[in-house]
Design a binder for this molecule. Structure first.
Ligand SMILES: Cc1cc2nc3c(=O)[nH]c(=O)nc-3n(C[C@H](O)[C@H](O)[C@H](O)COP(=O)(O)OP(=O)(O)OC[C@H]3O[C@@H](n4cnc5c(N)ncnc54)[C@H](O)[C@@H]3O)c2cc1C
Length: 357
């Protein structure tokens, strides 16, 4: 390392893991591979790809076109996420690669173990990395203060672990190619945790879909009195769920809507739209998802909400209010219209298009 923090000899390791099928690398893993390939190319540094899987062959072929050295830990212990085995596997891969830079996808599986592994290696870690810039150096970018301030981080300490935010790089998509996989031995201690299986909500109940092309945001207007003097919450719920089913969009919410509670049958409060939770909330005190497009409906587009749209590339809104925040420069296109009517028509059009195949 010279006095300007320029590393002459970086060695890059990308850690990856497979999805629930057990043999395909996750999309976020493939995104990290792209980041690793680009960084290795820019720094003229050697690249190693490490794979955690029960059976690594198919996953290894998927990254064969990178020309990178491929190392793996495999066996039944790595079929599921479990702290003890995942941390031991990642540690073994890092020691085998002798890497100075370790890139990992910010998946729930690796986010859980990455800091522990960095500690075992005597390294440092930064999370939520959105880009790797710099000419001959490494400047890792991440956002602070609810995506308002972007920082570029550089460090001298090695190994330096970087957890990459999903959606910040294109997934590696080279032709599958045979590759020599070096198996790395792992000393596993007796595990106290047995994974019995997964319990997840029905597919229809999964309204948060990070990979969706469209973010559909519902605002509090859906539950307000409409021009006929009545509220139409049931109809609102049907229109929103139909659109999610037909389009595959991810569902976001304004804080006002997510906060609304009605008294349920047992006298307990429950959300007015039962499929919404605060997990759907977008904004300053909510999430900042990444989608190519966003459609806001019945939402005023105030700053604390719109700040969560920072990474939505193309923004449209449907609002009755011609002076709402969206019309004041926060959206590319605003339809000053009744969202009940617009979404009913949109659903009919999408349904007709889907049935034509
Ligand atoms: C510290 C702080 C943090 C906050 N964090 C967040 C946050 O993370 N996320 C967030 O969302 N908010 C946040 N807020 C709240 C935010 O300021 C707004 O109060 C909130 O976003 C308003 O929600 P809304 O636009 O859905 O509701 P409203 O302000 O009630 O707007 C409803 C809109 O729906 C329109 N409408 C009604 N009927 C129809 C119809 N039929 N067709 C079309 N349009 C219709 C109305 O014209 C109106 O513009 C925060 C506030 C503070 C103070």
């Amino acid at each position: 390392m010279d006095c300007r923090g320029v590393s002459a000899l970086e060695t890059i390791l990308v850690l990856t893991h497979v999805d629930d099928s057990g043999n395909a690398l996750t999309k976020t893993s493939l995104e990290s591979v792209t980041a690793g390939v680009e960084l290795a190319h820019r720094l003229s540094a050697p690249l190693t790809i490490g794979i955690l899987a029960a059976d690594v062959n198919a996953a290894a072929c998927a990254v064969g076109a990178t020309g990178a050295r491929v190392i793996a830990v495999s066996g039944d212990a790595f079929a599921q996420a479990r702290y003890a085995t995942d941390a031991a596997g990642c540690e073994a891969l890092c020691r085998a690669a002798q890497a100075s830079i370790v890139l990992l996808p910010g998946s729930s599986r690796f986010t859980r173990v990455a800091a522990g592994v960095a500690h075992r290696l005597g390294g440092v870690i930064d999370t939520h990395i959105t880009g790797l810039a710099g000419d001959g150096t490494i400047g890792a970018t991440r956002w602070f203060y609810r995506q308002r301030v972007e920082a570029v981080i550089s460090r001298d300490t090695r190994p330096w672990f970087l957890l990459l935010d999903p959606g910040t790089h294109a997934a590696f998509a080279g032709e599958p190619a045979p590759v020599q996989v070096e198996q790395v031995a792992v000393a596993l201690t007796a595990s106290r945790t047995t994974v019995e299986g997964y319990r997840s909500p029905m597919r229809d109940a999964q309204t948060i879909r990070p990979d969706a092309r469209l973010l559909f945001v519902a605002g509090a207007g859906w539950t307000k009195k409409q021009p006929d003097g009545q509220v139409h919450v049931a109809e609102a719920g049907e229109l929103i769920l139909a659109f999610l089913r037909l389009s595959g969009a991810s569902l976001g919410s304004s804080k006002s809507l997510a906060d609304q509670k009605a008294e349920g049958k047992a006298g307990e409060e429950q959300p007015v739209l039962p499929f919404l939770t605060h997990m759907n909330q977008i904004g300053q005190t909510g999430s900042t998802p990444r989608h190519p497009k966003g459609l806001s409906t019945c939402c005023h587009g105030e700053e604390p909400h719109a700040v969560g749209w920072r990474f939505i590339a193309e923004r449209r809104a449907i609002s009755l209010d011609p002076n709402c925040g969206w019309t004041r420069g926060k959206a590319d296109v605003v339809y000053v219209a009744d969202a009940f009517q617009v979404m009913a028509r949109v659903n009919a059009l999408v349904e007709a298009r889907n049935s034509r195949g």
